[in-house]
Design a protein. Structure first.
Length: 475
């Protein structure tokens, strides 16, 4: 399938039929789906618009990336009614004329265009006895149309939406593949242009530029460009420090662009000097070993919790091997969870219209006195947090695999100050490796019928990274 460009009409009605099957509506009742997209927001107390990105569930139902739209879908007739915003003449003067009905039907997979003024009449004509909405949906238009609140159903659509979004159609996979490939090339560009004493934000700017010039003007999330000790901070997004020039200096870049709102999630860690120090190489290759072990086992039917435990076991054994963890068998350390001092996040998540996509969030942040962030179980009762953790992997899922090891000051202090745990930490060896900061290696992969397709093509072995970095330095 060729790349899907911005002018292509996305077949989003396929999403509706997938959701309808999951909703399993009563054939003798008349129900609809109603949803409203996001509106443009302004910077506080100004007329300056904030960068707009539409709400993901609305994009899933309609493919619309513009602001202010609604959608009504009749579960009885399967007709999709797209409702564009009413644009006053004074706004047309500033922003230009909106698309007419014919143009909208060319752009989007809808059956009819209905004006906002005619929405009450459409609802009266259909006369639904149940209106499926999300609990986050703006229902102002429904209230203004005089809809009886008792007709609103807030639960079933969310469950169906999250289940539907967990697996992807081929055209969705093509969009994610494109996003991953371009993001991978942007990571390579950073490897080739990084220099000690450079500002982190310069690398961020180059990453954004590489994505934008290849059709991805929007990032899937705030880029992380974390150098030196900052590589041990999971979501460091300030990107405002100078890249250190020391022998152990690493740069951890966690960044991915998105295409038609479909995203990517890629992390690469590389030496600012172009060559890994012995300590940095040791930690890096441990993380790579853990990631490759998971990638080899992924296929339909595998449980994600088993993959996380595989990573935990490998990291624990390896830290014993190099002398950071001591005075216990590696399996004992696994049982005690001591690895959380160095690895305090999940091994991956679903990717799609959001970087932490519905149906696949919820690995949690692990601490020395709790199995998850804020004291809540990592297997929360939330719909979006259950599915990837509790059901086997399926063909057409898109997930990340992202083990890491971090010498994070806060985490190490928490764990090494616990009296009964101190004996398991070799502080001299920790001091030897502490300058490495942190290493994370993250690929976005597609679950296929018998394994995976790795959608991430940026180099990740020590040999390949150093070779790519050497090419630029030779010129």
């Amino acid at each position: 399938m060729p790349p899907i460009f911005s002018s292509d009409r996305l077949p989003t009605k396929e999403h509706y039929f997938k959701i309808k099957r999951l909703l399993n509506p009563d054939k003798n009742s008349r129900g609809i789906i109603y949803h409203r997209g996001a509106d443009i927001e302004l910077r506080d107390d100004t007329d300056v618009e904030l960068d707009f990105r539409n709400e993901s569930n609305f994009v899933y139902l309609t493919g619309v990336e513009e602001a202010g739209f609604h959608v009504v879908i009749d579960l009885f007739t399967d007709l999709v009614y797209l409702i564009p915003p009413t644009v006053p003449d004074n706004e047309v003067l500033w922003s230009g004329a909106p698309d007419n009905a014919a143009a909208l039907l060319q752009k989007y997979d809808a059956d009819a265009i209905v004006s906002e003024a005619d929405l009450p009449g459409l609802l009266m004509q259909i006369d639904p006895n149940v209106i499926h909405i999300l609990d986050t949906t703006d229902t102002t238009a429904l209230c203004e149309a005089g809809v009886d609140f008792d007709r609103l159903e807030f639960t079933a659509l969310k469950i169906a939406m999250h289940e539907a979004r967990l697996t992807k159609f081929p055209w969705e996979i093509e969009l994610v593949r494109y996003a991953c490939h371009i993001s991978s090339h942007a990571h390579i560009a950073l490897m080739q242009h990084v220099k000690p004493r450079q500002m982190e934000r310069e690398l961020e700017a180059r990453f954004r530029w590489e994505c934008a010039r290849n059709g991805m003007h929007r990032q899937c999330y705030l880029p992380i460009v974390a150098s030196g000790p900052r590589a041990a901070t999971l979501h460091y997004t300030k990107n405002n420090q100078i890249i250190p020039s020391g022998p152990h200096s690493l740069v951890l870049v966690d960044a991915g662009g998105e295409r038609r709102c479909y995203g990517s999630d890629v992390t690469r860690t590389f030496p600012s000097s172009g060559t890994f120090s012995p300590e940095a190489k040791t930690i890096y290759e441990i993380v790579l070993k853990a990631q490759e072990a998971v990638l080899e086992k992924l296929k339909p039917g595998v449980l994600w919790t088993d993959m996380h435990q595989l990573v935990v076991r490998i990291l624990s054994h390896e830290l014993v091997r190099i002398g950071i963890l001591v005075n216990a068998d590696p399996e004992e350390l696994v049982e005690m969870g001591v690895i959380r001092a160095f690895y305090f996040h999940g091994t991956g998540h679903s990717v799609g219209l959001d970087v932490h996509d519905v149906g696949g969030r919820g690995a949690g942040i692990l601490s020395c006195n709790s199995s998850a962030k804020n004291g809540k179980s990592s297997t929360s009762s939330s719909v979006s947090k259950q599915q990837l953790l509790t059901k086997p992997l399926e063909e057409h899922m898109v997930i990340t695999v992202e083990p890491g090891l971090y010498f994070n000051e806060t985490s190490l202090a928490m764990w090494t100050k616990v009296p009964y745990l101190r004996k398991y930490f070799n502080m001299d060896r920790i001091e030897q490796y502490r300058p490495v900061g942190g290493v994370r290696i993250e690929d976005t992969v597609l679950i296929t019928s018998d394994g995976i397709e790795n959608l991430t093509i940026a180099p990740k072995t020590v040999k390949d990274i150093e070779a790519v970095m050497a090419l630029d330095r030779q010129h």
